[in-house]
Design a protein around this ligand. Structure first.
Ligand code: PLP
Length: 500
């Protein structure tokens, strides 16, 4: 393929994607394909001879598109959003066009420096304490990780290294083989699966502590857990707090957890993967009160900001904690000395190589402007509030807990089995996509405003569809009133087991 064909292929692909976004409502949000459909539809071996780009786009339309779950559809209300915008897509194209690897400053100075700059921009917009920014006089700063999962793992590994250094310094008779198995990490029973997985990957025991009735990990619970473990000879090492849990978007009180961690020299990492973007709006910053007591915080720009995956913004109070933990030198990595003014990001992350991801953050922040980013967050919260109001207007349903950010959790009052059946029926119809959650042991449906394209009419459409399906279900003779209490108890037990 030569440059001319690249131009034609690229322009056709952009046209295709612009048409896709414009007409996205024509697709059911969920695809109608069976497992193995694509594997069986495409050749089993790579082509021996070059093929025409026109044929590739034809196959894309005919075979790939039918197997797409439309995450950007206004009827995608599952999980949490994955960000997108034209601005960010173009940033990604520029990144791929340059195809640089920013493993050191000289390997592409702009790659490192734009990341430093955009993370200062974003950190300031979120109202983070200055010490987390590269532009402060201290050792703090931000980095773009691939995902919140990686950020958690990086925090755990850095905390492990820091704790071992601290203990061996104060008692040189102890060695790391003795200390490491005793280290413990803590989070709440509402943590994202990636946090628990982080413990597995970091080979550190991870305790999922019980939350209060609002899904928050409280300071007293954490303190008791520390005391319990210390009395058994274990060593508290790292706490992963949640600002915006995946289940119900609950916010742990950092102002309670922070002092407990600080008193015991325990690393406090804050997982604000989804809800962190809300701090763009000053009216939500009270939810991160105590953030100055943390050591690191992660916000997925690729979730609730109009930035395409992957772009997980992580800030640290002391970047040297990472450098000390992850610095492995080779002669071919010797570089121009930047006199510690500019980070060598390869020491701040797991892989050696790194894409120029700051470009898409930069294009998105410039095209939207701070006011556009704040409007995006506020509009989505307003739509979620509107949906919650619709649900409350129907006395068969309950919104529980209170709507938080773009998330509304709801269920049928009639019980778990019927709520579960309602979600199954809706998923089968493929018109809207939601997933389940649990709250205080009850099965509920999570409805999230995800797509930047979602409008009030789309919320009306979703609610009408949910109501219609509820009408059908309530007229279904299988679930007679007499059967329901017993079945509900079984489902409730299942849910409690799963949520452990
Ligand atoms: N933390 C929270 C609170 C989440 O909701 C999610 C994903 O939804 C994650 C972490 C994992 O994010 P990532 O896919 O970027 O690792």
């Amino acid at each position: 393929m030569d440059a001319q064909q690249f131009r034609e292929f690229g322009k056709a692909a952009i046209d295709l994607m612009a048409d896709y976004v414009e007409n996205i409502r024509d697709h059911d949000v969920l695809p109608s394909v069976e497992p193995g459909y694509l594997i069986n539809a495409l050749p089993q071996d790579a082509p021996e001879h070059p093929e025409a780009w026109q044929d590739i786009l034809k196959d894309f339309n005919q075979t790939i598109m039918p197997g797409i779950t439309h995450w950007q559809s206004p009827q995608f209300h599952a999980f949490y959003p994955t960000g997108s915008s034209y601005a960010s897509i173009v940033g990604n194209i520029l990144c791929d066009g340059l195809s640089v690897i920013g493993l050191s400053w000289l390997s592409s100075p702009a790659c490192t420096e734009l990341e430093v700059l955009t993370l200062n921009w974003l950190g300031k917009l979120l109202g983070l304490p200055e010490e987390f920014l590269h532009c402060s006089s201290g050792p703090g700063g931000g980095i773009i990780q691939g995902s919140a999962s990686e950020a958690t793992l990086v925090a755990l590994l850095a905390a492990k290294d820091k704790t071992v250094r601290r203990i061996t310094k104060s008692d040189p008779t102890l060695d790391e083989d003795y200390i490491k198995p005793k280290l413990v990490a803590y989070t709440s029973d509402q943590c994202n699966s990636s946090v628990e997985k982080g413990g597995l990957l970091a080979s550190m025991k991870m305790r999922l502590l019980k939350t209060d009735s609002d899904g928050r990990l409280r300071g007293e619970t954490l303190k008791n857990a520390f005391e319990e473990d210390i009395s058994q000879g274990l060593i508290p090492c790292c706490v992963i707090a949640n600002l915006g849990t995946t289940g119900t978007c609950a916010f742990d009180p950092l102002y309670e957890l922070g002092p407990v961690c600080n008193e015991t020299d325990v690393w406090l990492h804050v997982d604000a993967a989804y809800a962190g973007a809300a701090f763009l709006c000053p009216e939500y910053r009270h939810l991160m009160r105590g953030i100055e007591l943390s050591d690191s915080i992660d916000v997925n720009a690729h979730k609730w900001m109009p930035v395409t995956f992957d772009c997980s913004a992580m800030w640290l109070k002391n970047g040297y904690d990472l450098v000390r933990a992850f610095n492995v030198q080779r002669i071919y990595l010797d570089d121009i000395k930047t006199e510690n003014k500019i980070p060598d990001y390869r020491h701040w992350q797991i892989p050696l190589g790194r894409r120029f991801r700051a470009l898409k953050l930069w294009t998105a922040m410039r095209i939207y402007g701070a006011e556009g980013l704040r409007k995006h967050v506020r509009d989505q919260i307003t739509l979620a509030q509107y949906f919650a109001k619709l649900v409350r207007s129907d006395d068969r349903f309950l919104v529980e807990p209170e709507q938080s950010m773009g998330l509304v959790c709801f269920r049928l009052k009639e019980g778990d089995i019927v709520t579960k059946k309602l979600l199954e029926n809706i998923t089968e119809k493929k018109k809207i996509y939601m997933v389940a959650g649990s709250y205080n042991g009850r099965y509920m449906i999570r409805f999230v405003i995800c797509s930047r394209l979602t409008k009030k009419e789309d919320v009306d459409f979703a609610w009408t569809h949910i109501k219609d399906e509820a009408n059908l279900l309530c007229s279904d003779k299988v679930h007679t009133k007499a059967q329901l209490p017993a079945i509900n108890q079984i489902v409730a037990r299942e849910i409690c087991e799963k949520s452990k």
